[in-house]
Design a binder for this molecule. Structure first.
Ligand SMILES: [Zn+2]
Length: 84
């Protein structure tokens, strides 16, 4: 008997924790392969789980952050004054 999306979603929590037997895991992965809704759900959940586990926000590398700040500052100056 085929399961519906809701049943799969209930199992996805276990799936993401890796606490699931391999046949069920294969079944879920097959469903995700052909169901756009569930695929999006998994991606979202994976992302959330990852962020929760790491317990921190993604941080930009310092060099990149500096570059970004300079870029923003340059634009700001150009837009709001510093007439030379
Ligand atoms: Zn589905």
């Amino acid at each position: 008997m085929a399961k519906n999306c809701l049943e799969y979603i209930n199992e996805l929590n276990d799936y993401l924790d890796g606490e699931i037997d391999s046949s069920l895991c294969a079944e879920i992965e097959a469903h995700i392969g052909e169901c756009n809704n569930c695929r999006i759900m998994v991606d979202t959940m994976r992302q959330t789980v990852k962020l929760c586990r790491e317990g921190k926000e993604e941080k930009l590398p310092e060099s990149l952050e500096k570059k970004l700040n300079n870029l923003l500052k340059a634009r700001w100056d150009k837009k709001f004054g510093k007439k030379s």
